[in-house]
Design a protein around this ligand. Structure first.
Ligand SMILES: Nc1ncnc2c1ncn2[C@@H]1O[C@H](COP(=O)(O)OP(=O)(O)OP(=O)(O)O)[C@@H](O)[C@H]1O
Length: 261
């Protein structure tokens, strides 16, 4: 039905911290060009899943494959190649406070490329402009707002032209307007550059505004309850808990009456 193909395949994934089970039997795929949302209540393991997907934690069982190759059974060199195709942004933006925005964004370029300084400066300017921060090259993180810091973090994650961008709670701590601006930016990056995006969020507005696909994790049963487009799950999930979550507790009524958003 879809022309998209899988960028990431998660199969029979079980995640644990020591002997403590977080989630088991996760099975879903992220298609190329998706804005894929990892959803679920507090503490169900969303961030833990993201950390497994970026190779920070080893699965207790199962595989996470990128373009058909399992990350955790790949060689160090293959893993490095895969990681170079990803960009990761963290909650705070995680900028280095002693560096200007330009220096922060150029960090991965210095690390992974042999670009000449002038070429690098042009690229950094371009990346900052992409996130609405043209002219802010010489500012320090302490001199800009929280929303701007997140966008600068995004520019840094975009420095190496990643194929997949990972976000952990990108709008946490932002006012509604800045959160909306960040959502618009994420959507724009996905649509104009074709970047595949994986995002942890429990902001319903974001989920519906940008999510084209997703997975819903449950803390109680410690497995996924559903996977698919959030807007479809809202009315059609076979799981009442998913419909409840996505409709702020109105799920049961909505299934019989269908919902208008
Ligand atoms: N490094 C760790 N070591 C041990 N347990 C952890 C670790 N990190 C998280 N946990 C536990 O694993 C469970 C899942 O945590 P995680 O942060 O992945 O959930 P989450 O769905 O992202 O939560 P939230 O929505 O509240 O941010 C929680 O019970 C948490 O306390």
């Amino acid at each position: 039905m879809s022309e998209k193909s899988a960028a990431i395949e998660v199969s029979q994934l079980t995640m644990k911290y020591g002997s403590s089970l977080i989630q088991q039997n996760l099975n879903f795929s992220v298609q190329k060009g998706d804005v894929f949302v990892i959803m679920g209540g507090s503490g169900c393991g969303k961030s833990t899943l993201l950390k497994h997907m970026i190779g920070l934690y080893q699965p207790a069982a199962g595989t996470i494959a990128y373009d058909g190759r399992d990350y955790f059974s790949a060689t160090d060199i293959q893993q490095l190649k895969m990681r170079k195709r990803w960009g990761v942004t963290y909650q705070s933006g995680a900028l280095f406070s002693a560096m200007t925005l330009a220096e922060n964004v150029s960090l991965p370029l210095t690390q992974y490329t042999r670009m000449k300084p002038a070429e690098m400066a042009d690229l950094v300017r371009y990346k900052l402009a992409l996130v609405g921060l043209a002219g802010f090259e010489d500012y320090y993180p302490s001199e800009i707002s929280g929303g701007m810091a997140k966008r600068a973090g995004l520019a840094r994650a975009m420095a190496l032209d990643p194929e997949v961008l990972f976000f952990d709670e990108p709008s946490a701590g932002l006012d509604p307007l800045s959160a909306k601006r960040l959502d618009d930016l994420i959507l724009q990056l996905s649509q104009s550059l074709g970047v595949t995006i994986v995002i942890v969020t429990h902001e319903l507005e974001s989920i519906f505004a940008i999510g084209s696909n997703g997975v819903f994790l449950d803390a109680q049963t410690k497995t996924q309850l559903d996977t698919g487009a959030p807007s479809y799950m809202l009315n059609h999930s076979a799981q009442p808990l998913v419909r409840d979550f996505l409709s702020r507790g109105q799920g049961h009524q909505q299934r019989s009456g269908e919902i208008c958003r």
